[in-house]
Write a new protein. Sequence first.
Length: 153
Amino acid sequence: MARAIIIYESKYGNTRLVAETIAEGIRQASGVEAEVRELKEVNPEGLTEFDAIVIGSPNHMGNATRSIRTFIDKLGKIKLRGKLAAVFDTCIDRDLEKAVKKMEKQVGEKAPSLSLAAPGLSVRVEGMKGPIAEGELPRCQDFGIKIGNRLKV
Ligand SMILES: Cc1cc2nc3c(=O)[nH]c(=O)nc-3n(C[C@H](O)[C@H](O)[C@H](O)COP(=O)(O)O)c2cc1C
């Protein structure tokens, strides 16, 4: 059975909810398992067990969090050839896609053996603490479905 891991950081819970919703979408593809893990619980060496690695971060000052950036930097040291990757962020309107584009670029530079399963997803929150803006969660589910379909056996 194909396996995906969704790794996230979240200060106020919005990025965690996005991660869980993406996982639901992935699970809709038959034969695909999805686990959601907070970054601090993840051992990078263990990632070799997964077929897809999905990474999400809140936008902090126009970028992914420092810990997420450090984590992406480390991916280059792990054997990930043939695996899929995808990234997502949560942000306020004006910075839509800003962090996710940087994450995509960083994954491409640091872990070029990963292939992107789908273009990065940027999810709007209504303020610093959320909530997630209306209509955004169905997009998260669709993003998961897209990744799940790429993994389907
Ligand atoms: C220290 C900090 C800096 C932030 N900087 C930005 C920013 O530059 N642009 C933006 O759109 N949102 C910014 N935000 C808002 C976050 O994107 C928002 O709090 C986050 O999406 C909520 O996700 P979370 O509940 O998973 O923490 C910032 C939030 C914090 C805490």
